[in-house]
Design a protein around this ligand. Structure first.
Ligand SMILES: [Fe+2]
Ligand SMILES: [Fe+2]
Length: 293
């Protein structure tokens, strides 16, 4: 196992660029009880690249509108201000990880595809099965595995070794991380999000998506939904989620937590849901374009 890896990661996190001021304003807004459409539109309009992204999202196939959206206020109303604040925050967070030229990284396209798919599947799952969690699923999906890029940025050779070990020993990515670096992408991701002062729900999603029962009562259901969506995304081969081990959906702690809160999903045909998910393809593709530029 590698010595002092934790210290190395913590100092890397210390030196990552801070998230831009406008993103901080949005985070504060997201946490406040009474933020309104005008306030968030005003913040977004101050930042041209953010405004462009918001309009691209509003005009994407994801919302399937027959007309063009050209006003930020309209886009905010359409997408919902919490969801939109989430997306903008993500654009800011994602850009902090654009690799410097000439540096080797894991396949970032596949990494983001998996994260995007996780957020979108979580949203579809909650909408279709009428699950009590509705907000912030998208951002939670996007950041759940962020620790992986932190590790990779800290030392690409080490993380390549982790991925190789998942294949060679047929173990999960968390087990391989534990063997090689003695920390998991879950805890590392949560340190980063804590440092960036993201709301608690996202920190918990990163920290506990592989150990859902350890999440706090308040966010356990959200974390469980993301954990389920993460498994479905891997099952469907949307992007690269770290390992390809056999996945059983029902009977997992994540499924049980969601079912305890929403007993009606006990009768639902999960296999059918997973099979029918090809309709998420377009949404994933559109979001990928927006995030990968
Ligand atoms: Fe993960
Ligand atoms: Fe994942």
């Amino acid at each position: 196992m590698i010595e002092n890896f934790k210290d190395r990661i913590l100092s890397l996190i210390e030196y990552l660029p801070p998230i831009p001021g406008v993103i901080n304003d949005l985070i504060k807004l997201l946490e406040s009880e009474n933020c309104d459409v005008r306030e968030i539109s005003r913040i977004i309009e101050q930042d041209p690249s953010l405004s462009v992204n918001v309009l691209r999202i509003a005009n994407s196939a994801f919302y399937g509108l027959p007309y063009k959206v050209s006003s930020i206020q309209y886009a905010v109303n359409l997408i919902g201000f919490r969801e939109l604040a989430s997306l903008c925050i993500f654009c800011g967070v994602g850009s902090a990880f654009n690799p410097p030229a000439g540096i080797d990284t894991i396949d970032l396209k596949m990494f983001w595809k998996h994260s995007i798919a996780t957020g979108i599947i979580a949203k579809i799952f909650c909408r279709e099965f009428d699950i009590g969690v509705r907000e912030n699923l998208y951002l939670a999906g996007l950041v759940h595995d962020i620790g992986k890029i932190v590790i990779d940025r800290s030392d690409h050779d080490i993380y390549s070794g982790v991925i190789r070990l998942t294949y060679d020993d047929n173990i999960s990515v968390t087990e391989a991380e534990d063997k090689i670096i003695g920390e998991s992408h879950s805890s590392i991701g949560s340190w980063l999000l804590e440092k960036w002062k993201l709301p608690r729900m996202f920190i918990e999603t990163a920290a506990y998506h592989h150990l859902v029962r350890d999440a706090s009562e308040e966010y356990r259901e959200l974390v469980a939904v993301i954990s389920l969506a993460d498994q479905i995304a891997r099952l469907k081969g949307f992007g690269f989620g770290g390992d390809m081990r056999g996945i059983i959906l029902t009977g997992t702690p994540a499924f049980e937590i969601v079912r305890d809160k929403n007993p009606h999903i006990g009768d639902l045909d999960m296999a059918r849901f997973v099979m029918d998910l090809d309709r998420a393809d377009n949404e994933i593709f559109e979001m990928e374009k927006i995030i990968n530029g």
